[in-house]
Design a protein around this ligand. Structure first.
Ligand SMILES: Cc1ncc(COP(=O)(O)O)c(C=O)c1O
Length: 506
């Protein structure tokens, strides 16, 4: 039978104060006291049963940490259920330890794991390697030496340096807009701009592309404005929805130029023209296009000569520009309105000096002749990868941009293939829900001008082996370097340095 005295107490308390309890009450206990009696103590009755509670006699320091068991919310139980659900459907994310190297001859390699194994990185959005370009690095280092590492406060209080204004003016010029505004990231830029505009424009209705990035979806949700979703990159659906909207009401049409996960490019001109016909403003995310398309790297708008059709352009400093931060550019009044009213802009520390200087240097670099040559190399190596996949018979999604997605259905399968590739020295992150819909899992390759044809050949061999290792069927076109059907030797003969035909208007 358990002791009715000890059993009435909190067990942690009993454990913590066992020795004190024995010393203080042991001689009252009929069981313990037998031992004590031999020491000359004569007390045989349990005071717990005999009298009222002995706890009331306990010294204060022993009773004050008795914890009454109250039925409070079980936070840990809740969080572990959330995590378990993610683990069960394979969408739980485990970050790889991958430290990308910047030194000449080492980029685009990285140190992987705790053993610092060398791997080639295929999935960084530092698309052109601007983060390790000497001009960008030097600018960032010299800004740290002159101005320190941090901005010291919000733009209003301590962070409005000359460099901040210089960067905004550079961005505005790049996009041929009167004004620009920088944010901590483009996620924040999209969220803050859309939520603010759609909230303050009276009765605003939003028309949002079904493939839009989470940052735009977040901004639209936060605005609580009514919204219509049009089919991804489908101008006729956009027209259909807009045609039944009230003419005098403010409207925003929101979409991306280069889609982040499929590499599709939208029919920009058509979509903008439709939006304007129905009196809407166009909000266009050029995050995966800035630095990469157009004569000066301003994006698809510049490449197609239709920048003037974009009312608000958003871009990132964190991908092709190799730094961190985001921005919008548009009319002075619109930009000033967002600057004055968007909490996501107002109440946060400004971008730090090295980022401002590094971004400014990167934008200038990619607008220059050298930038154009980097873009030409970029497009050539992308083409080489796409053709190599084709020849090997490996699947790829029909991307028209620099993003090369290889579909592998099933979160478990795509993770296994990524793991097999890592074993073979190639790092590419498996893309799964919620970044893409369930069933649309993929490996997303983003080769850059520093990847070589030899690296791609090695990647293709590793991909073939990894597909086999994980029992994924595909129609291999080449077997041992020869055509499967006719045994003719086959070479992927694509000139890597071939002159790039730049599709720009003037
Ligand atoms: C289409 C798109 N828009 C916006 C963002 C957010 O950009 P940032 O990384 O600067 O927050 C991303 C990020 O991946 C993106 O893919």
């Amino acid at each position: 039978m358990p002791c009715p005295f000890l059993g009435s107490m909190n067990q942690t308390f009993v454990r913590n104060y066992a020795s004190v309890l024995v010393k203080q009450y042991g001689n009252f206990c009929p069981i313990f006291s037998r031992g004590f009696r031999t020491l000359g103590v004569d007390e045989t009755k349990c005071p717990f049963i005999q009298k009222n509670s002995i706890i009331s006699e306990a010294p204060k320091e022993m009773t004050e940490d008795i914890v009454e068991s109250v039925n409070t919310y079980k936070y840990d139980k809740f969080f572990s259920e959330q995590i378990n659900a993610k683990k069960k459907d394979y969408s739980y994310r485990i970050f790889r330890k991958v430290s990308r190297l910047a030194a000449d001859g080492l980029y685009p390699q990285a140190l992987e794991g705790t053993e610092n194994r060398r791997v080639t990185v295929w999935c960084a959005n530092d698309y052109l390697g601007a983060s390790r370009h000497p001009a960008v690095q030097d600018a960032a280092i010299s800004a740290i030496k002159s101005y320190g590492t941090g901005a010291g406060g919000t733009r209003n209080i301590a962070g409005n340096s000359q460099m901040t204004e210089k960067l905004e003016s550079e961005i505005a010029n790049l996009h041929k807009k009167p004004a620009a505004l920088i944010f901590s990231s483009c996620f924040v830029a999209n969220d803050a701009t859309l939520s603010t505009l759609a909230k303050i424009l009276p009765g605003c209705i939003i028309y949002s592309d079904a493939g839009n990035h989470a940052s735009m979806i977040q901004g639209i949700r936060n605005s609580r404005a009514p919204k219509h979703i049009f089919r991804h990159n489908d101008p006729s659906h956009l027209r259909e929805l807009l045609s039944s909207s009230p003419a005098s009401v403010p409207k925003l049409v929101v979409f991306e130029t280069v889609h982040s996960m499929s590499g599709a490019i939208c029919p920009l001109e058509e979509m903008c023209n439709i939006a304007h016909k129905y009196g809407a403003l166009t909000f266009v995310d050029e995050v995966h296009a800035v630095g990469l398309y157009g004569k000066h790297g301003a994006g698809i708008g510049e490449e197609r000569g239709v920048e003037n059709l974009i009312d608000i352009v958003s871009g990132t400093l964190g991908k092709a520009y190799g730094n961190v931060g985001g921005y919008i550019a548009g009319s002075s009044l619109l930009v000033d309105t967002v600057r004055s009213l968007a909490p996501g802009f107002i109440f946060t520390t400004a971008l730090p000096p090295p980022v401002l200087a590094g971004s400014l240097a990167a934008i200038r670099l990619l607008a220059s002749e050298e930038g154009r040559s980097m873009r030409a190399k970029h497009q050539a190596i992308v083409r080489y990868l796409k053709l190599s996949l084709l020849v090997a018979g490996l699947p790829q999604m029909p991307s028209v941009s620099h993003i090369v997605p290889v579909p592998i259905t099933g979160a478990d399968k795509v993770a296994l293939v990524a793991e097999s590739l890592m074993k073979r020295g190639h790092y590419v992150q498996a893309i799964n829900y919620p970044t893409v819909a369930r069933g649309e899992e993929r490996l997303r390759f983003a080769p850059g001008p520093h990847h070589t044809p030899e690296m791609i050949d090695s990647l293709i061999t590793a991909l073939i082996e990894s597909f086999h290792e994980n029992n994924i069927n595909f129609n291999q076109f080449m077997v041992n370097g020869a055509c499967r059907e006719c045994s003719m030797e086959y070479k992927v003969d694509i000139a890597y340095e071939e002159p790039f035909k730049y599709p720009i208007a003037a």
